[in-house]
Design a binder for this molecule. Sequence first.
Ligand SMILES: [Zn+2]
Length: 488
Amino acid sequence: MTRPIHIISSLTGKKEQLVPIHPGEVRMYACGVTVYDLCHLGHAMQAVFFDVMRRYLEYAGYKVTYVRNYTDVDDKIINRAAETKISPRKLAQDMVVAADEDLLNVGVAPASHEPRVSQMIPEIIAMVQTLIDKKAAYVTPAGDVYYRVRAKADYGKLSKRNPDEMRSGTREVFQGEKEDSLDFALWKRDSVPEATWPSPWGQGRPGWHIECSAMSKKFLGVSFDIHGGGRDLIFPHHENEIAQSESANDAPFATIWVHTGLLTIDKQKMSKSLGNHLLIRDVLKIWPAEVLRLGFLEHHYSSAIDFSKQVFFNCHKRLLYYYETLEALDEIASKAPASEKETLLDGFTPESIVENFHRAMSDDFHTATAIADINRVFKKSRDLLVQKKSDAKAWTAKTIARSLREVGKVLTLFQEDPRTMLGTLKTTLLPELNITKEEIEQAMTERQTARKEKNFARSDEIRATLAKRGIELRDTPQGTVWTVLYQE
Ligand SMILES: [Zn+2]
């Protein structure tokens, strides 16, 4: 059984029901990384959103074939390789390995297929040849091949651009051998070693857009269900993918288009010159990956998302709250009786958490709503924790913890062992609070002594001083423990 899913498609601007071309199976393509440098936070964000969409589709009962490509042939790679004096192939290979590692560390599962341009040259050449044969492309005397935009009557349908207006908007400057200023390269004559290949039009390399048309066709077929990418790819990249594929295949390309929003850091576009260019591997040296994922997923995928130190800090503290609650729920659940016939407390039902999750996610993958719902479950769980001991309480705790972990699996949240995760979360926050574990432990010992001596004024004073520095002491039956203060 598969659940009905609705997605707002960038192509129509409307909410569409996902009706897979192959019943029960969703075929999905997302444009991946151009491997000339290490991956930054923007790459992580896009990869996390598409990973979660894929996980949700699977959770909703669909078989999913997901393709995410690596662009390993590109001007940027050739230029960077020349600067650093290594071969383009070696640079691209190293960056693919690094990207795989970074994305895995962020918690993104590998796609079903992760093709690279350099492995797709025969398929690309075949598609370019088909376009030439169909008069949708032409070869220039210099050996470049261009797509003929005038051959496609509905060119501009994704980006909602009118080709005539685009032509009149740009003064017809020298266009080389192009027939039309809008025509774009399918094949570029070039001879850079290790980055070019022989073709019927001479030594050269593919233009940027054709790779995605060739790859999606190879792994997903000429028509498939969902195509995604960053919003900045709508024009020209995605518009041109549609044009090439539909001209070559005489079939509609992707049914639904989804675009992720753009990421800013402190409200500014990420850039090396501003010093806010955050690499995944640098961020993960400070913050656990789950902090990042929560920071992305508490927004809808299409939103513009801004990150700042405060966002990291807030997400971190919220995870601390989630995992402390989970640990407490587990503790109560461990005493649950074997019978599952107990009525649950506080209006919970075994299905309520999961059903709410489906409602949010089947409506355009609304992770923001899903997380807001989950927040309410945690809040109600805190109320449950203080209730008096009963079998019903234990069963309710068990059901909540199990359901949170079930939906959390789709969101890639709450999958860690609470005790281990809490250790990590608490320790990583300390430098932010400008306090060390040793200082806290020393204060705790001092307080212990004061209490033994019945000097409660001193004991309270120590507790208050720590609280001012963001550390809370809790006296439990197992002794005093410390945690980082958070606002609920
Ligand atoms: Zn693409």
